[in-house]
Design a protein around this ligand. Structure first.
Ligand code: BG6
Ligand code: MG
Length: 217
């Protein structure tokens, strides 16, 4: 059994709630295209890449578009989304996240980000969290989306640790599956009914401690 040496964090839904901004931007796009987009629909986009999210949205609206048109709409949505994240403040960090990251640093546990988002660097800068991550693997550095383990395997490699020495923190089912596919331990953030495959499920990082982390060993 591997000794835990590193923690890999998803960003959206684990460290910060960006889903509300994604929702506003996707909803505006749907409305422009002439259909409604609900909060329940938005749940389907968690952990899903930008283009895959657009495809789900278009499926909901029953709309078929060519690739060029899709790229244009994804950019439009992202421009709108970025107006929100560029205004984010450090007080939007989810409860307990900064404290847990700092505790890990103090205990000598390595920390990396493993996010599907191409906006991850901007968000970490806005939240003043960048310097707490030794490695940042985001949507600009991977070719395979979760549940493929690529993002976490690259994180482990960047930290120079074995996958079996890593614990992943994830709020999306596909992210939990990615962690398990990478032979890593996983802590789910959210509901046990959705994240039941994780080794431990908690409501948020405010419930996480170094002792609970060591119990996963
Ligand atoms: C994930 C979010 O972290 O990043 C998804 O959970 C989002 O909802 C995806 O679609 C891609 O984000 P971005 O910032 O590259 O559009
Ligand atoms: Mg997430």
């Amino acid at each position: 059994m591997g000794q835990i040496k590193a923690c890999l964090f998803d960003l959206d839904g684990v460290i910060v709630d960006t889903a509300k901004y994604h929702y506003i931007a996707w909803k505006e796009l749907a409305n422009e295209l002439g259909f409604e987009f609900s909060l329940e629909d938005n749940e389907r986009l968690k952990g899903v890449s930008r283009m895959a999210s657009l495809n789900i949205l278009l499926e909901i609206g029953g709309i078929t578009l060519n690739e060029e048109e899709k790229v244009r709409l994804a950019e439009k949505k992202n421009d709108n989304y970025r107006t929100f994240i560029l205004k984010m403040q450090p007080n939007e960090i989810l409860a307990g996240a900064r404290e847990f990251l700092e505790e890990l640093k103090a205990r000598g546990i390595k920390v990396a980000l493993g996010s599907a988002s191409k906006n991850a660097m901007t968000i970490l800068e806005r939240l003043q969290l960048t310097e707490l991550f030794e490695a940042i693997i985001d949507g600009t550095k991977v070719s395979e989306a979760k549940p493929n383990p690529e993002v976490f395997l690259k994180g482990a490699a960047a930290l120079n640790v074995a996958p079996s020495e890593c614990v992943v923190f994830e709020d999306a089912e596909a992210g939990v599956e990615a962690a398990l596919a990478g032979q890593m331990k996983c802590v789910g953030i959210g509901s046990p009914s959705v994240l039941g495959k994780a080794h431990l499920v908690i409501d948020g990082l405010h419930q996480m401690t170094y002792e609970k982390l060591m119990e996963l060993n």
